[in-house]
Design a protein around this ligand. Structure first.
Ligand SMILES: Nc1nc2c(ncn2[C@@H]2O[C@H](COP(=O)(O)OP(=O)(O)OP(=O)(O)O)[C@@H](O)[C@H]2O)c(=O)[nH]1
Ligand SMILES: [Mg+2]
Length: 176
């Protein structure tokens, strides 16, 4: 594995990718998430590169803003893993996210990539149940048909829930 492997972090606008990445950086550096502060985020225009050191190896996470959806594809050939983030409190976004996810999974450039789907914003009162989300995204069928291994995790970038598991997934990708 090269020393500067890239993980692509994508998902619709406002699903929480930038906050997630800031929390993951802090967690990887200090071993804890600082939930007493809420880092300010702005919609990402273009891409945002963050280097994480995991198990003494460097992993560059490239967030590409949701507004860049039409050109996410141009980043596919450069990455060994993909994290696709979904806002699990935003039912109005499910169908467009589902189409985007299908496009990602069926792209030939990502056929060998490891894929993690994150259901974020689990702290919100209006969040969908995991069973609802799984059925809306037809996750079981997707996982059965997709050529890549697909993992799923639930997180709250706000409260820090599930972020340790995301780092563990990233570590597993780095040591592969
Ligand atoms: N309640 C709650 N809010 C969150 C969570 N994650 C992110 N947010 C908020 O959602 C808003 C959008 O977050 P961003 O991280 O900027 O979203 P993004 O996915 O990077 O958006 P783009 O860069 O436009 O693609 C911000 O106000 C965040 O504080 C979460 O888990 N729970
Ligand atoms: Mg962003």
């Amino acid at each position: 594995m090269s020393s500067n492997e890239v993980c692509l972090l994508i998902g619709a606008t406002g699903v929480g990718k930038t906050l997630l990445l800031k929390r993951l950086l802090r967690l990887s550096l200090h071993g804890a998430v600082d939930v007493s502060s809420l880092p300010h985020t702005l919609p990402t225009v273009g891409s945002n590169l963050t280097d994480l050191t995991l198990r003494r190896k460097k992993l560059t996470v490239r967030e590409v803003g949701g507004c860049m959806g039409p050109i996410w594809r141009s980043y596919f050939s450069d990455c060994a893993s993909v994290i696709f983030v979904v806002d699990s409190a935003n039912i109005a976004q499910v169908s467009s996210s589902c189409i985007q996810l299908l496009t990602v999974l069926s792209d030939d450039a990502l056929r060998d990539a490891s894929v993690l789907i994150i259901f974020n914003k689990r702290d919100m009162p209006c969040t969908m149940s995991l069973a609802e989300i799984r059925s809306l995204f037809r996750l079981d069928e997707l996982a059965a048909c997709a050529p890549q291994p697909i993992g799923t995790l639930e997180t709250s970038a706000l409260s820090g829930t599930g972020l340790r598991e995301v780092l563990t997934w990233l570590e597993s990708v780095v040591v592969k």
